[in-house]
Unconditional design. Structure first.
Length: 398
């Protein structure tokens, strides 16, 4: 390709001199003001084109900088492209092609540098979208007035920025536990400490088989269950439904808000995210853990082929940890309600947040499934984005 380009360049140079010779010959033989004016008018353009042909665009040093290190959805990105060169050759125009993932064909900026040695141009990308965005090569293009010589120079300057999901400061309240005699405050979940037995009581449906006190059962001839000391726990596992959905971005925003709120109030949280990648984040707390979860949420995509109910019922990790489950999804289904009931009966509490887009209504089928879930001890809450802030208010478990 390079040899071919050189051949074309030399051919153009020969053509340029040939044209200049023809114009000169015309002036010599024709004479008169018009013919010589044509020659003298054409000569500067021809000489400039010749100089452009030999001027190397590699003389430019290019640097691309940004206005920050961390970005969130909706932020404004300012990109500064700085150029510097040693020799101030008078360039009529300079096209800068910025190859980015924001635009399929890249963005082009036109400058008129002339004799300037240092040039700086700033442009803005408004309303950043969540995800990983790439900045690849920068291409410089220039030429002469006649368009005879057009040349370009590709400069490698690969950079990446990550746009984190936005979040809403949620009002934090303890989840209430409901009993026959009323409601009592509980920190997200009351969990039994199986090492501290405080007494026995009559067996109730839903009690674990391992909790049965066989000595008391034999004495009273009725099934008796051990009572344990209850301790408070903030531990939560969040399951993000990554089935393709138009409300996925709202689901990511809600998940980020939930994670930030729980960790800020001293709780511990884990994240279960299944798609093309299988990401499991253990239950932890602290800012470093929050940063890891936000980093995942910044890159996560709705690319799962596994429904969320299959994740809950199929992975034993949920039954091996003493934590409440919060499912973030955009659709409430019968299999999901059944899986949540199975988990609630065997292990612990499940809260399902169904994220709705503005304009989407709650169907009659969803209302029926909600009533069924509440009877089974699973709390379901339908949320629009304007309700994210109060999402944890009024959440109850049985």
């Amino acid at each position: 390709m390079k040899k071919k380009w050189k051949m074309k360049t030399w051919m153009k140079i020969v053509l340029l001199f040939l044209t200049l010779g023809i114009v000169f010959s015309y002036a010599m033989f024709q004479g008169g003001f018009v013919s010589w004016f044509l020659f003298y008018s054409f000569t500067p353009f021809a000489l400039y084109a010749l100089l452009v042909a030999f001027y190397p665009l590699s003389d430019f040093k290019v640097e691309r900088t940004f206005n920050g290190d961390s970005y969130s959805v909706g932020d404004e990105l300012k990109i500064t492209i700085s150029l510097e060169r040693k020799f101030p050759f008078p360039l009529f125009f300079l096209i800068i092609r910025n190859d980015t993932s924001f635009v399929d064909k890249g963005e082009e900026l036109i400058l008129y540098p002339w004799f300037k040695r240092r040039i700086s141009v700033v442009y803005t990308v408004a309303n950043l979208q969540r995800g990983e965005h790439f900045f690849r090569d920068i291409t410089l293009k220039s030429g002469d007035f006649l368009g005879l010589f057009l040349k370009d120079q590709v400069i490698s300057d690969s950079k990446t920025i990550l746009v984190y999901p936005s979040y809403i400061d949620m009002i934090y309240r303890s989840i209430e536990s409901r009993y026959e005699q009323g409601a009592s405050a509980s920190q997200i979940r009351l969990q039994n400490d199986s090492t501290m037995v405080t007494g026995v009581r009559e067996y109730q449906p839903g009690d674990r088989f391992t909790w049965i006190d066989w000595k008391s059962t034999a004495k009273k001839n009725e099934m008796q269950t051990k009572e344990f000391e209850e301790r408070q726990s903030h531990d939560i596992s969040v399951i993000l439904d990554r089935i393709p959905s138009k409300g996925f971005e709202s689901m990511v925003k809600f998940s980020a808000s939930l994670i930030r709120t729980i960790i800020r109030h001293g709780g511990q949280i884990g994240l279960y995210s299944v798609g093309k990648d299988h990401s499991i984040f253990p239950i932890r707390g602290g800012e470093e853990h929050q940063h890891q979860l936000f980093y995942h949420l910044a890159k996560v995509q709705p690319d799962s082929g596994v429904p969320v109910h299959a994740i809950l019922s199929g992975d034993k990790v949920f039954y091996q940890q003493a934590a409440s489950i919060m499912i973030v999804t955009s659709a409430l289904s019968q299999p999901l309600v059944d899986s949540a009931h199975m988990f609630t009966r065997n292990t612990g509490a499940v809260v399902i947040f169904v994220i709705k887009e503005t304009g989407d209504r709650i169907t009659n089928e969803e209302n029926a499934l909600n009533e069924q879930a509440l009877r089974n001890g699973t709390y379901v809450r339908f949320l629009y984005e304007e309700g994210f802030r109060s999402a944890l208010l009024g959440v109850k478990q049985r």
